[in-house]
Design a protein around this ligand. Structure first.
Ligand code: ZN
Length: 256
């Protein structure tokens, strides 16, 4: 049975981290990657709410920094990859690929192992929402700190199989910076400039470019299109191996 679309709000933290808050009840929320405690506490206090879960995608400090303090102040189960149990603080629910964790009576978080940015990185799928952490960003992907290009391509290929209407909730607001790179990579795709203007208007008004539909990512994100001959030809590359093309594009993005 299809799950309802979760109600999701945002809390900003750090330089450009987004802590997504999933409503799991009238006065409870699940916080995704709470890198800082105070902004989440402010959010919860305003709503007289508590935490049901802290869903962690990976062990980097800007995703886990608030866990200890938030647990003390607001409770909640700390959920993270069993593979990363040694480097995630206060893990109370260790999950594996394919696990389905009930968040409330109707919502379930499905765990997707997506190694590449880090080896233990997981994404969470809740109804029509995908919480991708630092694996998939708007028009980009995370840097390969621990995994190989083949691993990251495999992980992103897996996310690409999710329905077009899936709403993408990434761990950082990087869309515009990534879009600049994509425009430079495929300058002949004029729709990109239109999208860029739309996103600039949203951010100028204080909004976020996320969530947006996965369909948009499938169409424009080069890291989801390493097997697309049109992308290869934009780069003047005549090979056919997607992992090689993925690695080339990632390398260009690193130097952009
Ligand atoms: Zn990270």
């Amino acid at each position: 049975m299809a799950q309802p679309a979760p109600r999701v709000e945002s809390v900003l933290a750090g330089r450009d981290n987004i802590i997504w808050m999933i409503a799991t009840g009238p006065t409870t929320f699940a916080a995704v990657d709470p890198g800082e405690a105070d902004p989440v506490s402010d959010f919860l206090t305003t709503r007289q709410a508590t935490l049901s879960h802290l869903l962690i995608t990976h062990h980097h400090g800007d995703h886990i920094g608030g866990i200890d303090t938030l647990r003390q102040r607001h409770g909640g189960q700390v959920v993270g990859a069993r593979a990363d149990a040694g480097r995630l603080p206060r893990l109370t629910v260790a999950v594996n690929d394919g696990d389905r964790l009930p968040l409330d009576d109707t919502l379930t978080a499905e765990v997707l192992a997506v190694p590449g940015h880090t080896l233990g990185h997981v994404a969470y799928r809740v109804g029509d929402a995908l919480f991708s952490g630092d694996t998939l960003f708007g028009f980009g992907c995370g840097r390969l700190f621990e995994g190989s290009p083949a691993q990251m391509w495999s992980s992103l290929s897996r996310l690409r199989t999710l329905p077009d209407a899936t709403r993408l909730f990434a761990g950082h607001e990087y869309t515009l910076a990534n879009l600049d790179f994509v425009c430079a990579l495929e300058p002949e795709r004029t729709e990109l400039y239109t999208l860029r203007q739309e996103f600039i208007a949203i951010t100028d008004a204080g909004g976020l470019t996320l969530p947006h539909p996965l369909a948009m990512e499938k169409r424009f994100n080069p890291f989801l299109r390493a097997d697309d001959p049109a992308l290869a030809s934009s780069l003047g590359w005549t090979g056919t191996d997607p992992v090689t093309l993925f690695a080339m594009v990632r390398e260009r993005r690193n130097r952009f």
